[in-house]
Design a protein around this ligand. Structure first.
Ligand code: CSD
Ligand code: FE2
Length: 295
């Protein structure tokens, strides 16, 4: 089975795989997808993995607009708060979502920040050719990745895991729907899928060792501007969708440790539960500069 990669050098391979697979592959949830024709018509990259770099970009708002100091400070303050909170734990050392990470404090910090467009505009680099873009704001002293994601109307991420990291998402603009799924092997007998290990990206439950069956949806929730939600591999898998047919949505994501950028993650087929590893998920921009590479 071909491995999708987020690295820039393998874009040709991704496009080639996608061209062969076409809409069926997208519909099966291996890649991100867009539901509305307005996007998919311009979306050569309905076929392109959403985490991939494409080189074609536009900012959501005019880049020439000034950023008020007060707004800029509020995002800086949030980054400072997150750095202080994450500096107090050792989660970065063991490469997985450490129980001593103060998730509540992170959640409080993200909640107390109020979204100002002028604050995050420089990071919100859109690209109509992919379902969504990933733009690095800060590495929080190497403890995390703080990203701004820009979601085209009707577009969604693939169903994916979070590489053992804590993931917090705050809506900056518009609304986003989260569909939460159980791990494919969660209800399998222990001998076929060994306990908690089945709920990590390194679980051994491959397609060969279990029946092919649709992923089970646990819940669906829609979050509006300034709402914050938490996700991790312990809760299962998820897909994020921009339900609007017309409006771009923007969200702020904190991943700690920053595992997906380093080691990639897994995407899942909704119909069969089959997974693929996506190597080293990159950024469309870094610190507001286009064409950035993964830190
Ligand atoms: N975790 C996804 C975005 S989302 O669907 O939560 C990513 O980093 O690309
Ligand atoms: Fe996610």
């Amino acid at each position: 089975m071909a491995t999708l990669s987020c690295s820039r050098g393998s874009m040709r391979a991704i496009q080639h795989i996608a061209a062969q697979s076409g809409p069926a592959m997208i519909a099966r949830g291996v890649s991100g997808r867009c539901l509305h024709t307005a996007v998919s018509q311009t979306n050569t990259g309905g076929d392109v993995h959403p985490l991939a770099f494409t080189g074609q970009r536009q900012t959501v708002s005019s880049a020439t607009q000034q950023m008020p100091n007060s707004a800029r400070l509020s995002l800086q303050t949030l980054v400072a708060d997150l750095t202080r909170i994450l500096g107090q734990h050792s989660g970065i050392l063991n490469g997985s979502a450490s129980p001593d990470t103060n998730v509540r404090a992170l959640q409080r910090a993200l909640t107390s920040y109020t979204s100002h467009d002028a604050d995050w505009r420089r990071y919100a680099i859109a690209d109509p050719s992919v379902p969504y873009t990933r733009n690095l704001v800060s590495t929080i002293n190497q403890h995390a990745n703080l990203l701004v994601l820009v979601w085209n109307p009707g577009c969604a991420s693939p169903i994916h895991d979070h590489s053992g990291a804590h993931c917090l998402m705050k809506i900056l603009k518009g609304s986003l729907r989260e569909t939460l799924y159980a791990w494919p092997c969660e209800n399998e007998p222990a001998q076929r899928c060994s306990g908690p290990a089945a709920r990590t990206p390194t679980h051994k439950c491959t397609l060969a060792s279990r029946p092919s069956q649709p992923l089970q949806v646990r819940r669906e929730r829609t979050y509006g501007r300034d709402q914050v939600t938490y996700m991790s591999d312990r809760l299962g898998l998820h897909r994020i969708t921009n339900p609007s047919a017309a409006e771009v949505a923007v969200s702020l994501h904190l991943y700690t440790p920053p595992n997906a950028a380093k080691h990639g993650s897994h995407v899942f087929d909704a119909e069969t539960g089959a997974s693929k590893h996506v190597a080293k998920c990159g950024f469309h921009s870094v610190y507001g500069l286009k064409g950035g590479q993964a830190a």
